[in-house]
Design a binder for this molecule. Structure first.
Ligand SMILES: [Zn+2]
Ligand SMILES: [Zn+2]
Length: 372
């Protein structure tokens, strides 16, 4: 409903120029002077979409999942839930109200958190989620009135929602406008409120929705589900529901961007002689060939076995960091063999060769490997 890209008919990565052109075209077609009053709502939507997408700050905010034009500024509090106190909204601001307040208003956006495993982030998944939001009251259908009864126009303010009072003061007569106390500014009165929703037009309900979690999500990613948030006061249109992802850590694989990293311990002899090893990855068993003379901290890259890219196709890589394991204990026969080897290689009395500290000393996991 509020997909501004869709409203303007442009792709999500549209340039500022594309957005401007799309808006100009639609504005010409839909302008109320041209297309008549029927197109007025669409014209407003298009204008609002352009207002957001043409402004880099607002567009960025919107891309992050917060609608900068939404009433109340988008997200609710930390939990995201809870009825908004309508009176706080209406009267708390202290702004003079001209005309009646609509009883039916758009609801707030809601936020839920969803924990996913690294494997879900790699491939994407579908999840069932329990949400607790306001939904339209089924008894009254959002009219707030007991079935069989209807709203009346307020007799005190004649439906205007405000009353004017003339007050005498030492400055003379003052005319003040105030919300009508009889109808609380709504311009209508509900003689018999619906019992099930207490005249709110909405009730809280726990329901199960299914969420498509795309590959590439990470902690902090928000998935927007249009019109799945809180139904508004007076059965007003629902806000959006945001599902915020929290990625659980994996015990073997560590994620950096869309690449996965792991450490492979190999015995000294295998590193020297070369070996073929089978690794258990998210894509099942994978053969890794270690060449003879494999060095500590060497990285073997398995292309395309990382996390799926969120925007676009393809996947990151799996980087296998080799850790060469030197035996800590040797029996007499093994020691003798190694001594013979050292003798053969002329390494019985190795020369000290100093160099700068290896980066691996400071960080076992390096994002970049400088090659060999
Ligand atoms: Zn009701
Ligand atoms: Zn009134």
């Amino acid at each position: 409903m509020n997909d501004y890209y869709e409203i303007l008919g442009v792709p999500r990565d549209a340039s500022a120029d594309q957005i401007k052109k799309a808006y100009r075209k639609l504005a010409r077609e839909l302008h109320p002077d041209v297309a008549g009053p029927d197109a007025e709502d669409r014209f407003k939507d298009v204008s609002r979409a352009y207002e957001v997408l043409s402004n880099p700050d607002k567009r960025q905010q919107y891309d992050l999942g917060v609608d900068p034009t939404a009433p109340g500024g988008g997200m609710g509090g930390s939990g995201g839930f809870g009825f908004q106190d309508i009176f706080e909204t209406f009267f708390g601001g202290g702004q003079a109200q001209q005309g009646p307040i609509p009883r039916s208003r758009r609801g707030q956006d809601a936020l839920v958190r969803l924990d996913v495993d690294l494997q879900d982030a790699v491939f994407g998944t579908k999840r069932e989620l329990q949400v607790d939001t306001a939904v339209v009251c089924r008894t009254c259908g959002g009219t707030c009135c007991r079935p069989g009864t209807t709203m009346h126009t307020c007799e005190v303010c004649k439906g205007r929602g405000v009353v004017q009072r003339v007050q005498r003061s030492f400055l003379g007569q003052i005319m003040t406008t105030a919300p009508c106390a009889a109808c609380q500014g709504f311009g209508t009165v509900i003689p018999e409120p619906c019992v099930d929703c207490g005249g709110e037009g909405r009730v809280r309900e726990r329901r199960t929705i299914s969420v498509n979690v795309p590959a590439g999500v990470e902690t902090g990613t928000r998935i927007r589900l249009t019109s799945q948030g809180e139904v508004g006061p007076g059965g007003g249109p629902a806000g959006d529901l945001y599902v915020e992802i929290r990625e659980r850590q994996h015990e073997t694989f560590v994620r950096r961007g869309d690449d996965l990293h792991c450490t492979l311990e190999v015995p000294m002899t295998a590193a020297a002689l070369g070996a073929s090893m089978t690794l258990d990855t998210f894509d099942g068993e994978q053969e890794v060939d270690l060449r003879p003379g494999t060095q500590p901290a060497q990285v073997v890259t398995l292309r395309g076995l990382g996390v799926g890219h969120l925007n676009g196709s393809g996947r990151g890589d799996l980087q296998v960091h080799v850790e060469v394991h030197v035996p800590t204990t040797l029996d007499e026969e093994q020691a003798e063999l190694l001594r013979s080897l050292a003798k053969l290689r002329g390494e019985e009395h190795p020369e000290p060769r100093l160099s700068a500290a290896h980066p691996g000393v400071f960080s076992r996991l390096r994002d970049k490997f400088s090659g060999r």
